[in-house]
Ligand binder design. Structure first.
Ligand code: NAD
Length: 230
């Protein structure tokens, strides 16, 4: 019988991490060894050595600290935390030299396919104006969302230029996550839109990413790698 994957969930009392922990606890493919949150962060240094992978949904500051702890303990690290600075992204990349690190601003498969389509649309619609509108709940700390930043990057990659993509961020009630990317020409427009109906879309994707990441070579991976869309 295949042994269940020993996993830690960091941010396990948060909006997203609590769903990851709940799904992992009832999935026979996983053994949930540690639920980490702000109150028990110190204990993770020991716990990191007892799991094969840690899944993080916390804050940029703690994300990079946990990534470094995982690198020291040779534990794979999966993070959905957004809003990392350039320096924090470099710290994540440093951890990825020692262990596999999977970092995705959005773990939903539908949104990942949207990123792929965004680059393709930008390539095929030269001269069209592109703009993004993203909507999230009022508790979200970063704006624009990490997903909106990634969508803008996909447009730039498709166009092969560095031009900014105008982005509007709305913070309304308890909206889980909505993104719409519009390409406007003079006679028509095309909109790619995605709506996450529940945080389980992210939680399930993060658990799939955990299974996929364990055993990979050190390096930085994302959903496009997992879905074979690179
Ligand atoms: P939240 O505020 O509901 O939860 C944050 C959790 O982090 C809490 O459990 C808290 O205890 C823990 N935490 C904070 N600081 C800590 C520390 N120093 N040590 C240990 N634990 C600490 O947040 P949320 O809405 O779940 O979002 C968390 C992050 O995930 C945000 O950056 C958000 O943008 C991102 N997010 C990503 C995706 C995705 O698919 N990639 C989806 C949803 C949210």
């Amino acid at each position: 019988m295949i042994q269940p994957l020993k996993i830690a969930v960091i941010g396990a009392t948060g909006r997203t991490g609590s769903r990851v922990a709940a799904l992992a606890a009832t999935d026979p493919r996983f053994q949930l060894v540690a639920r980490v949150d702000r109150a028990r962060a110190e204990e993770f240094e020991d716990e990191a050595g007892a799991v094969r992978v840690a899944v993080d949904f916390t804050t940029p500051e703690s994300c990079v600290r946990f990534a470094a702890a995982c690198a020291r303990r040779k534990t794979a690290f999966v993070t959905g935390t957004t809003g990392l600075t350039v320096v924090q992204r470099a710290q994540l990349a440093a951890a990825a030299k020692k262990v596999p690190v999977f970092a995705a601003p959005n773990f939903s498969r539908g949104m990942t396919l949207t990123l792929h389509l965004a680059a393709e649309a930008a390539r095929r619609l030269p001269g069209y104006d592109a703009a993004i509108v993203e909507t999230h709940h009022k508790g979200k700390k970063d704006a624009p969302s990490g997903t909106a930043l990634r969508l803008a990057q996909a447009v730039r990659e498709g166009r092969a230029d560095d031009a900014a993509v105008p982005t509007a961020s709305l913070r309304l009630a308890d909206v889980v996550g909505e993104h719409a990317l519009t390409f406007a020409g003079f006679d028509e427009s095309l909109t790619l839109a995605h709506r996450a109906e529940s945080r389980d879309a992210f939680a399930r994707g993060a658990l799939e990413a955990a299974l996929w990441t364990v055993g990979k070579k050190p390096g930085l991976y994302d959903m496009l790698d997992m879905m074979g869309l690179r």
